[in-house]
Design a protein around this ligand. Structure first.
Ligand code: C2E
Ligand code: CA
Ligand code: CA
Ligand code: CA
Length: 283
């Protein structure tokens, strides 16, 4: 039954591409499609049987000891395969539309959890660009806040420039409506995408997160250092604090502090941990 469906798809694709059907239908494609289908089925179960959980990683201020907030990072505790990391299921969730269910879970869970923390601490939730394609995002955020009782100012949504790249007028409108609720919006993975500078003009971000690829090369690469300086310069002029991600050594921490980053996140300061078990994924 599956094979027929995939053969059908391949035939359709082949016609569309004007290619030879036999040349197109490669066994590895079939395997990839079947594997994706398997993960999709598994992921539906994961939602139903509550195998998804959030781990929280602390974000520190310049004193390096005071927690200003935590980022929620999704984990999948699979009954057979064990702990599965986001890179292995978020892309499939995005392709299949299951990201909307995952996203609803994350927003509610993170807001409820943050209610147990100090009143000054924020919770950061990652949003995929595909979550913006569904008109329900604003009301989803609103209901997570209402149901948990979390003040809007304590919720920070992390988006990448892909959100502004795809369908930018509509997504910009959604971002402005989110901001009107009083939630914060951070620009994640800054510097890694196409040309992020323009996005800083089109939307007033509350925070810029410097990607860990720059952090980790801060000492060894003058290019990485130059980019970090440029990002911090823009942040200073626009009055947007920057967070250095992926800080693993004290040398990196000291250097990035000198360079003017306002917040720090990384294994050195704290790994992502689940709130109900004391330890997290191994080193
Ligand atoms: P991200 O938003 O850039 O998250 C930071 C990633 O860096 C996390 O990986 C975190 O565990 C890891 N990290 C933190 N400190 C260090 C460090 O010192 N060294 C190194 N090498 N890594 C560090 P993780 O948890 O595997 O998440 C990967 C990506 O998956 C995230 O990247 C985010 O884009 C996505 N993601 C995670 N949770 C969610 C979610 O709930 N929803 C959506 N849409 N995406 C999520
Ligand atoms: Ca993030
Ligand atoms: Ca990031
Ligand atoms: Ca990333």
């Amino acid at each position: 039954d599956h094979l027929l469906r995939y053969a059908d798809m391949a035939l359709y694709e082949a016609k569309r591409n004007g290619r030879n059907c036999l040349a197109f239908f490669k066994p590895e494609m079939e395997t990839a499609a079947l594997k994706r289908h398997e993960v999709e089925m598994d992921l539906r179960q994961a939602i139903m049987f509550q195998q998804l959980q959030l781990h929280y990683q602390p974000i520190m201020d310049v004193s390096h000891v005071r927690i200003v907030g935590r980022e929620a990072l999704m984990r999948w505790q699979h009954p057979v395969k064990g702990l599965i990391m986001p890179i292995d299921f978020i892309p499939i969730a995005e392709e299949t539309g299951l990201i909307h269910e995952l996203g609803a879970f994350t927003l509610h869970e993170a807001c409820v959890e943050a209610m147990r923390w100090d009143d000054h601490e924020t919770v950061a939730v990652n949003l995929s660009a595909s979550q913006f394609t569904n008109g329900a995002l604003v009301s989803l955020v609103e209901s997570a806040l209402t149901q948990s009782g979390l003040p809007a100012r304590r919720l920070e949504l992390e988006i990448t420039e892909s959100v502004l790249l795809a369908n930018s007028a509509a997504n910009l409108n959604t971002l402005n409506r989110l901001k009107a609720l009083g939630v914060k919006v951070a620009l994640d993975d800054f510097g890694t995408g196409y040309s992020s500078l323009g996005y800083l003009r089109s939307f007033e971000f509350d925070k810029i997160k410097i990607d860990k690829s720059f952090t980790q090369d801060v000492e060894s690469s003058k290019e990485a250092l130059a980019i970090i300086r440029a990002i911090n310069g823009i942040g200073r002029s626009l009055d947007i604090p920057t967070t250095a991600e992926g800080v693993e050594t004290t040398e990196q921490l000291d250097r990035l502090t000198q360079e003017g980053c306002s917040h720090f996140q990384g294994y050195l300061l704290g790994r992502p941990v689940s709130h109900d078990t004391p330890s997290d994924e191994s080193v």
